[in-house]
Design a protein around this ligand. Structure first.
Ligand code: G3P
Ligand code: CA
Length: 269
């Protein structure tokens, strides 16, 4: 008879660099990818949107203001939406100085450039389709770019790529268009609704306040579209105490601006 407090051993959750290692380098840039790599972090999360001329770009906000010098460079182009600028215009912006002058001249990467850097570094990707309702067809275009860059081969689809979104319809489209790709839904569907999500999502990825042991158990009890127990990656956890808490709750991945802090915390616990 095992002691009553015996817990089933589980693997440590995977640390994922949120927008790269974004506490230390400008979010969603190649510098943030490289910083994660330098810290020994294999997985990074990013956000994908589209320019006016149809190029896929890695950026979180739907406007360029917070993370570039666009307001100085193009003062008459308010509200500085990503979708109102061409790739050439966006490539002329400084996407590093806002964080620290040592990153001056950092550029917003295209999805192609971003994937190329991950491949060179041997890193893996949790790709978020950000506000896809603003960009009709972005699901197909993103999958096509992943395919062109060799990210839809068996090696990648088995264990190196997950496509996620807050937009349920976008996750469903990705699953329908390329069923071999692992997908995640960002949010916290009610436990009773999880079964519907299991038809098209391999992961349910809630904010950390919702990643309780009971919720993790409810997610793990279901099998996703690839006939494996659904997983749960939670966000955005930037301190050791919260990392240990969600690790104890049983999550499979922890998305963090400081993935090194998370990595250390969950290995100690
Ligand atoms: O991957 C989870 C997290 O990135 C979702 O929120 O706003 O940072 O894209 P946000
Ligand atoms: Ca994101």
């Amino acid at each position: 008879q095992p002691p009553s407090d015996a817990r089933k051993p589980h693997r440590s959750p995977l640390p994922v660099g949120h927008r790269g290692a974004s506490a230390y380098a400008p979010e969603n840039t190649l510098a943030a990818v490289d910083k994660a790599h330098d810290l020994g972090i294999d997985w990074v999360e990013n956000d994908v949107q589209r320019t006016k001329d149809g190029e896929l770009l890695v950026i979180h906000d739907t406007t360029l203001s917070r993370t570039t010098d666009v307001e100085q460079r193009f003062p008459d182009r308010s509200p500085w939406k990503v979708s109102d600028f061409t790739l050439k215009e966006i490539k002329s912006l400084d996407a590093g100085s806002w964080l620290d002058s040592k990153f001056a001249g950092e550029r917003i990467p295209t999805l192609g450039e971003y994937l190329d850097r991950l491949t060179r570094n041997g890193q893996d990707l949790l790709l978020e389709l950000k506000s896809p309702a603003l960009y009709p067809g972005i699901e197909r275009e993103t999958l096509d770019e992943l395919d062109r860059q060799g990210w839809l081969d068996r090696r990648h689809t088995r264990s190196r790529l997950i496509v996620q979104s807050f937009d349920k319809g976008a996750v469903q489209k990705v699953h329908q268009q390329r069923p071999e790709v692992k997908t995640g839904f960002l949010g916290t569907p009610k436990a009773a609704e999880l079964k519907d999500y299991a038809a098209f999502a391999d992961q349910i990825n809630p904010t950390h306040a919702d990643a309780t042991a009971d919720y993790v158990k409810a997610v793990h009890a279901l099998k996703g579209p690839h006939h494996k127990p659904m997983e749960i990656f939670t966000w955005t956890v930037n301190d050791a105490e919260t990392a240990r808490k969600v690790a104890d709750a049983g999550v499979d991945g922890i998305i963090s601006n400081k993935p090194d802090v998370v990595s250390d915390a969950v290995q100690e616990s």
